[in-house]
Design a protein around this ligand. Structure first.
Ligand code: BG6
Ligand code: MG
Length: 215
């Protein structure tokens, strides 16, 4: 039986549903550039870094921009996104998440964040969950984006736990790949058909318990 000593959490799509805010901000930018951006398109941006998201969006619209123009567009989108997330409240924490955090904290497990977002500290503050984390690794502190395992390996290192004793919770394919590349057990949050590489998949944290971390 495994000895799980740390849980590593992705943020967007696992702890909170921020994809809807990213969507609003990216859609406005696309419309300004003269093309439509659908929710289906938005799926492709999940777990992907800000600049890579912009590249995907521009490819969808068939728009080519200089690096300076791209920087300006990313900045504009982010300003809009920040104004949206600055209104978030703890009510937006996804079902079962906080109860599970309390359970693992009481059991003495370490908790780390492994997010691609540079806005992770703002979001954690808005939902009042910073105090649960023993380590925070986000888009401000990593050089290699998921599916590279850097974000999770750094998290494991910071909490002093071997990757083989860590569980990663992820909602994006790139994130699941990152966890597996780092040699970690990975629990997908979402749909099994999308998160095929995960060791198992839950729809919400209401399905999680300490017992399910013993495999
Ligand atoms: C990830 C999101 O967590 O963070 C992506 O799933 C997003 O959709 C990425 O693009 C970067 O976020 P930010 O806040 O730094 O623009
Ligand atoms: Mg995510």
């Amino acid at each position: 039986m495994s000895m799980i000593k740390a849980c590593l959490f992705d943020l967007d799509g696992v702890v909170v549903d921020t994809a809807k805010y990213h969507y609003v901000a990216w859609k406005e930018l696309a419309n300004e550039l003269g093309f439509e951006f659908t929710e289906e398109h938005n799926e492709r941006l999940k777990g992907v870094s800000r600049m890579t998201s912009l590249d995907i969006l521009l490819e969808i619209g068939g728009v080519e921009l200089s690096d300076a123009e791209k920087e300006a567009m990313a900045q504009k989108k982010n300003d809009h996104y920040v104004s949206l997330i600055s209104k978030m409240t703890p009510d937006e924490i996804l079902p079962g998440v906080e109860a599970f955090f309390q359970t693992i904290k009481e059991a003495g497990l370490k908790i780390a964040l492994g997010s691609a977002s540079k806005n992770a500290p703002t979001i954690l503050k808005q939902i009042n969950m910073e105090h649960y984390f023993d380590a925070i690794v986000d888009g401000n502190s990593i050089t290699n984006a998921k599916p590279d395992p850097e974000v999770f390996l750094r998290g494991a290192e910071l909490v002093g736990v071997d990757p083989s004793e860590c569980v990663v919770f992820e909602d994006a394919q790139a994130g699941v790949e990152a966890a597996k590349a780092g040699g970690m057990f990975c629990i997908g949050v979402g749909e099994e058909s999308v998160l095929k590489q995960a060791d198992f998949v839950i729809a919400t944290f209401n399905e999680m318990s300490l017992e399910r971390l013993s495999f």
